[in-house]
Design a protein around this ligand. Structure first.
Ligand code: COA
Length: 163
């Protein structure tokens, strides 16, 4: 982490900001929308990258689905801060979070597969993901016609990889 930026959990005071950041890109069809309700109810999943004045410049969430699988979701960097390696820093932080929880695989559903490939994720057929992951999707405006691309990253050398 550079001196200029740090990563922290979000608080209820940050929810509106995260809501606006995510839905800015959702409005551009670059990611899926989130309601304030969804952010409040999953607030412990969310991390923010902040500048030295504690202003949020990016956010992302790690959502655990089961003992063997977690999802990186709601990843968004403010436009002025893109391309500086901060999105990668945040994803690495979420991956370390998953490792600390001893979750062996992390996946993402995304429109920017190359960013995740760059982070060591590999493409998978999203139909191979367990049905459990689609539980949250019923709130998505695109349900059931998901057009996102699925990628997964193995965090251990385990032989029992889910997919
Ligand atoms: C996708 C996003 C989070 C990446 O964050 P970032 O801070 O700009 O990314 P980084 O600077 O860490 O980039 C790391 C690498 O990924 C690549 N990359 C970044 N954005 C990319 C994109 N949209 N498509 C393909 N590659 C991308 C970069 O070129 C860089 O590669 P390099 O290391 O070879 O130079 C950010 O661009 C963003 O918020 N986009 C809008 C919302 C969005 O698409 N979110 C993803 C939803 S899952």
């Amino acid at each position: 982490m550079t001196e200029e930026f740090s990563i922290r959990s979000i608080t209820v005071d940050d929810v509106l900001h995260v809501f606006k950041l995510v839905n800015h890109y959702a409005g551009l069809a670059q990611m899926l929308p989130k309601s304030q309700n969804q952010i409040y109810q999953n607030i412990r999943d969310f991390h923010a990258i902040v500048d030295r004045n504690d202003r949020i410049i990016g956010c992302g969430a790690l959502h655990v689905l089961w003992g063997d699988l977690a999802e990186v979701r709601s990843l968004a960097m403010a436009e002025a801060y893109q391309g500086k390696g901060l999105g990668s820093l945040l994803v690495n932080h979420l991956i370390e979070d998953a490792r600390a929880l001893r979750v062996p695989q992390v996946f993402a559903l995304t429109y920017v597969p190359d960013f995740f490939k760059n982070m060591g994720f590999r493409l998978i057929d999203k139909n191979l993901l367990p049905h459990k992951i689609w539980g949250d999707c019923i709130d998505c405006p695109k349900f059931p016609d998901c057009d996102e691309i699925a990628l997964i990253k193995d965090l251990t050398e385990n032989e029992g990889a889910l997919v």
